[in-house]
Design a protein around this ligand. Structure first.
Ligand code: DON
Length: 556
């Protein structure tokens, strides 16, 4: 029997909003950043698979059709909820620093940062986690073998798919990076960004996916010829990988961050993501005030003041397997209450800056998928290779595009990364360590039902999830498409300014915040590509929504 599924990629007209399900039945829903990936997940549900089966298929398909966002050469976090016993766990498939990496790889003799060392060289790439993540999900909660769940991705890689405008635009931006090698030039058409409609075939990637499907991740990816090719490519580009780094890669199961806010329950990514802790801190602070519309300047002021305090504390966060992070202390009610006493309703309270300013730059990408099945199992996964097309390095003959996640480490306290983030010793580079992330897959549950959400956007992921979560909880009715389309603002402590989306806020709104002493910066583009699903507690009806920004080709 075919299941009632609400799938979304630019919802309008695709499968349409399904009618309310029959009494007792619940609808499944999938939202991902690409229609072909959503279709891969839908095919798994249609054949009786669960949310985990769908998540593996969607993630693998995204690796093929959005090669600039995520892939086998990257990593991410999978937040899982099992309906049968309400168990929740985060599968941490974040990349790890290779054992041979040292600080001198990033700095020249005068102590200057070597340009591109953490973004486009062998030293930029960390050991990938996604293949192990997909295999782990398959073992832990899927019902279908990898040979079935990876099949849509294999077909898309081998037979090709028509690139869209978004692909064409992003490839154009990264043309010079991709011309760096014959393997990376595969993403181009004769050395140039392809036009929309060009059929992109990735036969090497199809073979690598087949190996993973047939032999598993350990034998098919982390050992043998694929691993050898990756090590050779990275080291030829100045990196320091060893075969043992790949063989030693393990995903980690972690307890997600869980907290309540005005009677609702929020579950979000734990360390090495900063996201869950930040959300718990911010919402813990905001609970001291009456709830308000996040677009209202008075509420926006409070949201910004809470954001800046949480982002100040981000400097204390890092991989919990390598450093002692005072998580309990950061989440203590009286610590948050103390922060609240320092917030003024009528004026901004700039905090002491970290040290001398140094700002990074760079556009970026990542991807998110949200799934709920008919039984109520959920997956929220945010996956990335970090910046657009990652490091641009492709393992010779593997089709695997490697990440540049090393840029998420704090290379030195006065140096910002590509998201303008500065950090502390807790996020220093160390062999085997995971760089601190902002990726925040999350569940928000209240009397209305459950919202599953997440987004790309580097540091701005946290404010996106926050704003949509707060508005969802404040509103009695759920119009998911409207929620993900809401205009966004962001503050991350440093640089000390509120970033706002162009066209999102009136001159009066900006003046009201400036009157309180905030510095405003209107960004030159909108940000994020949120993917969200909602299932109603009472009716079982589901909604899925794609961020309208996802089709905005002027986005970068
Ligand atoms: O883990 C992180 O926080 C970043 N590597 C995510 C990168 C990202 O979201 C880029 N998207 N626009």
């Amino acid at each position: 029997m075919r299941r009632a599924i609400v799938c979304c990629w630019l919802c309008a007209g695709l499968l349409g909003a399904a009618a309310a399900p029959a009494a007792g039945a619940r609808q499944a829903a999938i939202a991902s950043a690409h229609p072909l990936a959503t279709a891969a997940g839908e095919a798994m549900l249609a054949r009786g698979g669960n949310a985990c089966d769908a998540a593996v298929a969607v993630a693998a398909a995204l690796a093929v059709v959005e090669p600039y966002s995520s892939g086998l050469g990257g990593g991410g976090f999978f937040l899982l909820h099992r309906a049968a016993d309400r168990e929740q766990v985060m599968i941490d498939a974040r990349e790890t620093a290779p054992s041979g990496i040292r600080y001198h790889h990033f700095f020249d003799a005068d102590g200057g940062l070597i340009k591109g060392a953490s973004t486009r060289a062998g030293t930029a790439a960390a050991i990938p986690g996604l293949p192990a993540g997909l295999a782990h999900l398959t073992k832990r909660c899927a019902t279908l073998p990898l040979t079935q769940t990876l099949a849509p991705a294999i077909d898309l890689a081998r037979d090709g798919f028509k690139v869209d405008q978004r692909y064409a635009r992003i490839a154009q931006l990264r043309e010079s990076l991709l011309r760096g090698s014959a393997d990376a030039a595969l993403f181009l058409d004769g050395g140039r960004a392809p036009a929309p409609g060009y059929v992109l075939r990735q036969p090497d990637l199809a073979r690598t996916l087949e190996r993973v499907a047939g032999r598993g991740a350990a034998a098919g990816f982390y050992r043998g010829p694929v691993a050898q090719a990756l090590v050779a490519t990275v080291n030829a580009a100045g990196g320091a990988w060893q075969m043992t780094d790949l063989a030693a890669y393990r995903v980690v199961e972690r307890a997600p961050v869980r907290f309540t806010y005005r009677g609702a329950t929020v579950t979000a990514a734990a360390l090495p993501s900063a996201g869950g802790i930040a959300l718990a801190q911010i919402m813990g602070m905001l609970e001291h005030y009456p709830p308000g519309d996040v677009r209202d300047p008075e509420t926006a002021h409070l949201v910004v003041e809470a954001l800046r305090r949480a982002f100040r504390d981000r400097a204390r966060l890092g991989d919990p397997d390598h450093v002692a992070v005072p998580t309990a202390e950061l989440l203590k009610k009286d610590v948050l209450k103390q922060y609240v006493t320092e917030i003024h309703r009528d004026r901004a309270t700039p905090l002491a800056p970290p040290t001398a300013a140094a700002e990074g730059s760079g556009s970026s990408n990542t991807t998110h998928l949200s799934i709920i099945d008919q039984a109520g199992n959920r997956v929220a996964a945010t996956l990335t290779i970090n910046l657009l097309f990652g490091s641009g390095l492709v393992g010779r003959g593997t089709g695997v595009l490697l990440n540049n996640e090393m840029d998420d480490f704090t290379l030195r306290a006065d140096l910002a990364n590509s998201f303008h983030l500065r950090g502390g010793a807790a996020n220093a580079v160390a062999p085997g360590k995971r760089p601190l992330s902002s990726m925040t897959p999350a569940f928000v549950e209240d009397d209305k039902g459950v919202l599953i959400l997440g987004a790309p956007g580097g540091s701005r992921i946290i404010s996106q999830v926050l704003l949509v979560g707060l508005e969802y909880l404040r509103r009695p009715q759920v119009d998911l498409q409207q929620l993900v389309a809401l205009p966004r603002y962001h503050h991350q402590y440093w640089p000390d300014r509120i970033e706002v989306e162009p066209g999102g806020f009136s001159a009066d709104w900006r003046a009201a915040l400036e009157a309180k002493g905030h510095r405003l910066h209107v960004a030159n583009r909108r940000w994020g590509n949120m993917q969200a699903v909602f299932q109603s507690r009472t009716t079982g009806a589901a909604q899925a929504a794609n961020d309208p920004r996802g089709s905005d080709v002027a986005w970068y």
